[in-house]
Design a protein around this ligand. Structure first.
Ligand SMILES: NC(=O)c1ccc[n+]([C@@H]2O[C@H](COP(=O)([O-])OP(=O)(O)OC[C@H]3O[C@@H](n4cnc5c(N)ncnc54)[C@H](O)[C@@H]3O)[C@@H](O)[C@H]2O)c1
Length: 349
């Protein structure tokens, strides 16, 4: 069903406030969750409100989120996320990395002691739209075996790269290092749907199409050993270097097994330190035009820029409402009922 984006944003803020988050932080977190839904990345959208409430209930999430810089030296910094909500830590990382990149041309800001950072394009796009290039990664609870292994070691450790284009639509590659994000398997399990055989292995290392069985086994890395290598590199930089937890010690955000210990890494490059921004913008315009004018594969009607599909969904959701499945809206309405709100989300008629 389609939900008016302003209504979704307001109800999500109401829920986050009730969970114990501060008024300023609720805006940041609601922005992250609603933007993910609007972009069709529902695995990292308002669906996360359920584990947020579950964690608050067992005292495994420190709200209101309190973040600070524990290392702050020229072009490098480390944000301590205070075991609160990921987007608040990510927001301080964004502000710090933009400011430092403006001074030094490049900055690297790491994050430790936070929780699920959600969809990474949320951070990298905010930076890229300022005339910059942003690269971000984060680690997550064990879900994927290293290539050749049969036990979960790394998480689905995503990587995002967003690049300024001079237009509202950025170059924005944002992906798990597994074939798909674990959330997509959880979503298939919730919806009672089978998964493709190349997404995951069961606990004995056999391919499976059953999402429930896959959740007890391991996810397959994208591109075989190459995805496995990237996931390990992400864990070393976002985990070990950041002073965060790292494989196999991270805990899932979706089960009350203790502090998750998530870490992240953000590298920001100020394009104007390398060439005039207008020159880069012109080159990017020509580059995108020539890419899109290429001869199409038989199966494709269009060549999309990375992030373009999500960008178009976001644009459409502003006009026509955010597309959420009925079950997801039911869950949000139950949470609203639980906090004693008189408000409910309703489909646009
Ligand atoms: N916080 C975490 O722990 C965590 C873990 C894993 C994933 N995630 C997030 O989950 C989200 C989804 O990840 P995913 O790997 O399932 O993404 P995906 O497979 O849906 O998309 C990956 C990338 O491919 C691009 N793409 C897809 N189809 C395309 C096409 N036809 N032409 C051109 N480009 C195309 C997308 O724009 C995107 O940049 C991301 O936002 C990621 O940050 C978060």
């Amino acid at each position: 069903m389609k939900i008016k984006s302003e209504d979704l944003f307001e109800r999500v803020q109401e829920l986050l406030l009730a969970a114990g988050e501060s008024a300023d932080n609720t805006k940041i977190v609601a922005d992250s969750l609603c933007k993910a839904d609007a972009r069709g990345v529902t695995t990292h959208g308002t669906y996360l409100l359920t584990p947020i409430f579950d964690r608050v209930k067992v005292g495994q999430l420190a709200l209101p989120t309190s973040v600070s810089l524990v290392i702050d030296e020229a072009a490098v910094a480390i944000v301590d996320g205070g075991n609160g909500l990921g987007p608040v830590a990510g927001n301080l990382a964004i502000e710090t990395s933009i400011a430092r990149a403006r001074t030094y041309g490049i900055s690297m800001v790491l994050i430790r002691n936070t929780n699920n950072l959600g969809s990474l394009a949320f951070y990298t796009e905010k930076i890229a739209s300022q005339g910059m290039i942003a690269m971000m990664s984060c680690n997550a609870a064990p879900a994927m075996a290293p290539w050749g292994g049969a036990e979960a070691f790394t998480g689905t450790n995503p990587i995002a790269i967003s690049i300024y284009t001079g237009s509202e639509m950025l170059f924005s590659a944002d992906m798990a290092t597994s074939v798909v994000a674990r959330g997509k398997i959880r979503q298939a399990a919730r919806e009672g749907k089978a998964i493709p055989a190349d997404w995951a292995l069961d606990a004995d290392g056999n391919p499976t199409t059953d999402p429930a069985v896959a959740l007890k086994g391991t996810l397959l890395p994208m591109g075989g050993p190459k995805g496995s290598a990237l996931a390990l590199a992400v864990d070393i930089i976002s985990g070990i270097l950041a002073g965060a937890e790292h494989a196999p010690n991270l805990k899932s955000f979706h089960a009350p097994e203790g502090k998750t210990g998530v870490g992240g890494a953000l590298v920001t490059v100020d394009i104007s330190k390398f060439m005039p921004l207008a020159e880069f913008k012109n080159s990017m315009g020509e580059y995108i035009n020539s890419l899109k004018a290429m001869k199409k594969a038989k199966s494709a009607s269009e060549i999309y820029l990375p992030g373009e599909i999500e960008y178009r969904r976001e644009q459409a959701s502003r006009e026509a409402g955010v597309n959420l499945d009925d079950k997801a809206v039911e869950v949000l309405n139950r949470l609203l009922e639980k906090i004693g709100s008189a408000q409910r989300l309703e489909a646009i008629v």
